[in-house]
Design a protein around this ligand. Structure first.
Ligand code: F6P
Length: 316
């Protein structure tokens, strides 16, 4: 392979830039050219190309977001648009594509494979919801951001004997909520993998004479009706704090930059050696090749977190 494309897709996540950097530096060592595709699959359809070099990616390991831009492309879901891609890539001389993103982005990469385009994926999402990898890029940074926010809210809650529901992102995964709950010693954690009943949360909060912090994974739905019910039942004020997109931005944690660079280089080696239809994951800090079919499966919480530590936190 002489020329490889790279794009970021879906929700941006800290560590995507480090992955771009790792791929570009590994490519230069092998005399392969890397062409950035701007704005995800939309940019691929619109032929928005940006040649990348080691001087262009210098220092981006420490930058949040993605220098290439990203999109959630509706058009790419339509076969009539996707059919154009092979011609576009062959006229540009691009022999294969590295796709950095989450579940939907990997499904996009699988669709390109069906059209005969070799692809390798890199797990770029704060949700940590992909199979075959210990971490997805951005998860650690997002959890850290949420932990910092919860620590601040805990100061407020303790001072004013308040009850706070803190909603964290993660789509259908409880990883961020579990990490944040354990790291901050929250009073209750609600995750979609094992959703609590209203009565369980009522019991826990009604026992809290002073303050209480409930970490609420967004995959559990809107906490507002429950908070409203608890306000009436307990005659106490209950605040809902949504950390929202703050979790996606900011300087990547060291581990996200490290893993990003590692996975980026590994993806480049993998695709240039002719292996594809694979996501590069990480196990025990080593890059591993994960078939797409495994990668798009949900990533269950480790049993000790869900069956031992979650009940421990929630029932104390
Ligand atoms: O997948 C990353 C993520 O941040 C999820 O945690 C969240 O549910 C979703 O994206 C938000 O998407 P958007 O930025 O399109 O609102």
């Amino acid at each position: 392979m002489k020329r490889i494309g790279i794009l970021t897709s879906g929700g941006d996540s800290p560590g995507m830039n480090a992955a771009i950097c790792g791929a570009v530096i590994a490519a230069e060592q092998r005399n392969i050219e890397v062409i950035g595709v701007r704005n995800g699959f939309d940019g691929l359809l619109e032929e928005q190309f940006l040649p990348l070099s080691s001087s262009r990616v210098r220092g981006i390991n420490s930058l949040g977001g993605t220098i290439l831009g990203t999109s959630r492309s509706d058009r790419f879901l339509l076969p009539e648009w996707r059919r154009r891609v092979p011609d576009t890539l062959s006229s540009t001389g691009i022999d294969g594509l590295i796709v950095i993103g989450g579940n939907g982005s990997l499904r996009g990469a699988m669709a390109l494979e069906e059209a005969g385009i070799p692809t390798v994926g890199i797990p770029g999402t704060i949700d940590n919801d992909l199979g075959g990898t210990d971490f997805t890029l951005g998860f650690i940074t997002a959890a850290e951001t949420a932990v910092k926010a919860v620590r601040r809210l805990t100061d407020v809650a303790l001072s004013e004997r308040g009850i706070f529901f803190v909603e964290v992102m993660g789509r259908n995964s409880g990883y961020i909520a579990m990490f944040v709950g354990l790291a901050t010693g929250a009073d209750f954690v609600n995750i979609p993998e094992a959703p609590a009943t209203s009565e369980e949360i009522y019991t826990k909060i009604s026992q809290a004479e002073g303050s209480a912090i409930v970490i609420w994974a967004e995959g559990c739905g809107d906490p507002s009706p429950l908070a409203e019910w608890l306000r009436e039942e307990l005659n106490r004020d209950i605040e809902i704090s949504r950390i929202g997109h703050l979790q996606r931005g900011g300087t990547p944690a060291t581990l996200d930059s490290f893993l990003g660079f590692t996975m980026g280089a590994a993806a480049l080696y993998t695709i240039s050696e002719g292996r594809h239809s694979i996501m590069i994951g990480t196990r025990n800090l080593q890059p591993v090749e994960v078939p797409y079919e495994v990668a798009i499966e949900p990533n269950p919480l480790p049993p000790y977190l869900q069956s031992m530590l979650l009940p421990l936190l929630n029932s104390r």
